[in-house]
Design a protein around this ligand. Structure first.
Ligand SMILES: [Zn+2]
Length: 447
């Protein structure tokens, strides 16, 4: 993004798009703005993270057209990126030109496209983000039973256990159900996203923070609604495509109307030490008493029928592990990749030892890895991590410190604690070794 170009400098009626950055291969990424002038909540629509989801892009564009055409006040400040992955769009691939699945990249920010989106979110501070996708209705393991998904639209919300309950339940949840009710009144099939996994588990969207939904919620306290429209099959009629596009456009309209009616109070405000002294870093899926029921299409007859889904239904997550937030985390400055990532996430840092008039922290804690069982699957957290702590009053020369009293401070615990289920220690690239007998390189500082 060029420094001189501020896409949010002035608000006006829906504009005709401004280039805010470029993709891996240099294609333009464009943002459209519009809606009320400086009043109403800020709503950011994101489409096309996956390059092969043309209807998601199309629906965002169509919604923008309807806003332009009706020229009515929509009650929100709107910004929309219909196509975040123009290279994937051009190549008709899910991933970007560097082979990265953008909606699995919101934790590590490897792709220029996701980095750009995070910069924009930091600058504009939306009150609500709507992440628009399409989902394939035919999944092998359901087809074997003669079933396919038939919902026009699935919705879901952030569900990482480190998020405040107000984000996972409460107002946002009410809003999602209100939108689904409105869609049903209009004759669409809408429900909360419910996945029947090959493993036999039945659950809602992942609680991992690699996707936009959980990462934006955790890092910035911004509520995110995931929208998944039914992706028509290749051979589908144009009326099937029209139906999905229409369902998605109506979904966006209802979400925007709901946001307008609920004002700027949507976002859970900064998560700080005072709000969240304990952060959930480990969790288990909790089975429900009864199996899930969902409307599915019987492939033979083409008729929808409510069925009991096979497999254990685990709708909720129970936190099993907490970290008490320290005043700051001290990361060895030599771990350049890790410090660069924290900077890319917009975390403020300071070198304690070099700050003028600095006072060394009252207490520094270090973790020793007593035991742990590494996962055989790549990028999965180690299991059975047992830690001992050692306290000392040491010098912090050579460390970069990240205070947890900044906005999204609790996100630091999820990223940096050694036993965090969704932490950075699960990736080899950051130098956060978890071998038994090792000392964990990141320190906890108090005072
Ligand atoms: Zn997608």
């Amino acid at each position: 993004m060029s420094a001189s170009l501020d896409p949010f400098a002035s608000a006006s009626k829906l504009d005709h798009g401004e280039v805010v950055g470029s993709s891996t291969q240099g294609r333009a990424i464009t943002i459209h703005r519009g809606g009320a002038d400086d009043c109403g909540p800020r709503v950011l629509l994101v489409g096309g993270q996956h390059g092969d989801e043309s209807l998601a892009r199309g629906a965002v564009n169509r919604f923008l057209q309807t806003v332009r055409a009706t020229n009515r006040t929509i009650g929100v400040q709107l910004a929309a990126i219909a196509d975040l992955n123009p290279d994937g769009h051009a190549a008709r691939t899910r991933r970007n030109a560097a082979g990265i699945d953008l909606n699995r990249d919101h934790q590590r920010l490897h792709a220029v496209e996701t980095r750009l989106l995070h910069q924009l979110v930091r600058r504009w501070r939306p009150d609500l983000i709507v992440d628009v996708h399409t989902y394939p209705s035919r999944r092998k393991h359901l087809l074997q039973r003669g079933w396919a998904y038939c919902h026009d639209v699935f919705l879901d919300l952030p569900n990482n256990p480190a998020l405040p309950a107000s984000m996972r339940r409460g107002k946002l949840n009410e809003g999602m159900h209100r939108v689904m009710d409105q869609l049903r009144e209009e004759g669409f099939l809408a429900d909360r996203y419910l996945l029947v996994r090959r493993s036999g588990r039945v659950r809602h969207s992942t609680a991992d923070v690699v996707d936009a939904r959980n990462q934006f919620a955790l890092r910035y306290g911004i509520p995110v609604i995931l929208v998944e429209g039914k992706q028509p099959r290749r051979a589908a009629s144009s009326s099937a495509r029209r139906r999905t596009r229409q369902a998605l456009v109506r979904t966006l309209q209802h979400i925007v109307d709901w946001a307008a009616a609920n004002g700027t109070g949507l976002a859970a405000r900064p998560t700080t030490l005072a709000d969240h002294p304990r952060v959930a870093v480990g969790c288990r899926y909790q089975p429900a008493d009864a199996p899930a029921r969902l409307l599915l299409e019987q492939v033979d007859s083409g008729q929808p029928k409510e069925v009991e889904l096979p497999g254990r239904y685990t709708p909720t997550l129970r936190a099993t592990q907490y970290a008490r937030l320290p005043d700051a985390y001290a990361v060895p400055t030599a771990l350049a990749g890790l410090n660069q990532l924290l900077a890319a996430h917009g975390f403020q840092s300071g070198s304690v030892a070099s700050a003028p008039g600095h006072r060394p922290p009252r207490l520094v804690q270090q973790y020793m890895i007593e035991n742990c069982v590494l996962s055989r699957r790549p990028d999965r957290a180690a299991r059975q991590v047992s830690l001992a702590t050692r306290s000392f009053r040491g010098s912090l020369a050579g460390y970069t410190c990240y205070g947890t009293d900044q906005r999204g401070g609790s996100c630091l615990a999820v990223l940096l604690e050694p036993n965090s289920k969704y932490g950075l220690a699960r990736y080899g690239e950051y130098g956060l070794s978890l071998r038994p007998g090792d000392t964990y390189p990141i320190l906890r500082c108090e005072g």
